[in-house]
Structure formats: C-alpha cells, structure tokens
Design a protein around this ligand. Structure first.
Ligand SMILES: N=c1c2ncn([C@@H]3O[C@H](COP(=O)(O)OP(=O)(O)OP(=O)(O)O)[C@@H](O)[C@H]3O)c2ncn1[C@@H]1O[C@H](COP(=O)(O)O)[C@@H](O)[C@H]1O
Length: 105
C-alpha cells in the first residue's frame, strides 16, 4: 500500500477518535475553517521556504501542505485517489490545449 492510501485510512479512522487524543481528530472537531486556515498557513510557509531557497525546508513545508490538504479531502469525504485520477487525466491530455485539460467537465 502506498503512503497516500495508508495515510488516508488513518485520517478516516481519526473521524471517530477523541479530539483530545489526536491532532487530526482535533482539527476535525474545530471544523472546516480551522483546516482551511492551516492550509493557508502551510501554503505561506511553503512560499517563504522557496524564497529562502533551502531544499530541505521546501520539502518539509510542502509535506505539511500536502498533509493538511489530505485532511481537507478526508473531511470532505474525498480520497487522494480522486486527485491522482484527475492528474492522470490531465497527463493523458497533455498533448492537447492545456487550458482545456485543466477545465473540470
Ligand atoms: N503527517 C502528519 C503531520 N504533518 C504535520 N502534522 C502536524 O501539523 C502541524 C503543523 O503545524 P505547524 O507547522 O503550524 O506547527 P504547530 O505550530 O505545532 O501547529 P498548530 O498546533 O498551531 O496547528 C503540527 O502540529 C504537526 O504535528 C502532522 N500530524 C500528523 N501527521 C500524520 O497523521 C497521522 C495521524 O496523526 P494524529 O491525529 O496526531 O494521530 C500521524 O500518524 C502522522 O502520520
């Protein structure tokens, strides 16, 4: 099993856990706005890391950003496979007009 699938299973399992016992359960309990706030913070930290130009910091901050995006997907009842399928679809269309490839149907 790949790390995204394993992590998605843990994030799903945290939905029934005591918010005090888990960071993710705590985020779910705070609600959508708290998750979106974290994504905004991590996106900003990613930008700052890239401006600093330190590769290790960029990797660390992107991991935080991806992680909180995965929490958002789980909270919305979505699975990372759906995002991977969308990227795969775009990759398959890469020979076509890029704007058309990005447009949701
Ligand atoms: N991958 C992660 C992961 N990445 C980042 N984080 C947390 O995300 C937060 C990042 O926020 P910041 O960098 O702003 O640091 P902070 O100031 O401590 O953040 P806040 O407490 O203010 O939100 C930190 O608290 C990190 O611990 C993560 N927390 C959990 N996971 C995974 O999620 C699983 C479930 O976690 P729990 O719900 O804690 O069991 C774990 O097994 C891990 O695999």
């Amino acid at each position: 099993m790949d790390v995204l699938t394993e992590l998605a299973a843990v994030l799903e399992q945290r939905k029934t856990q005591d918010p005090k016992s888990s960071y993710v359960a705590g985020l779910y309990a705070k609600g959508l706005d708290a998750i979106l706030k974290k994504i905004g913070e991590e996106a900003t930290e990613t930008v700052m890391a890239a401006k600093d130009g330190v590769p290790e910091k960029i990797v660390y901050e992107v991991a935080d950003l991806w992680f909180h995006s995965l929490v958002l997907l789980a909270q919305q009842g979505l699975h990372p496979d759906q995002v991977l399928a969308e990227l795969q679809r775009r990759f398959g269309l890469s020979g076509l007009d890029e704007k058309a490839a990005r447009s949701p149907r």
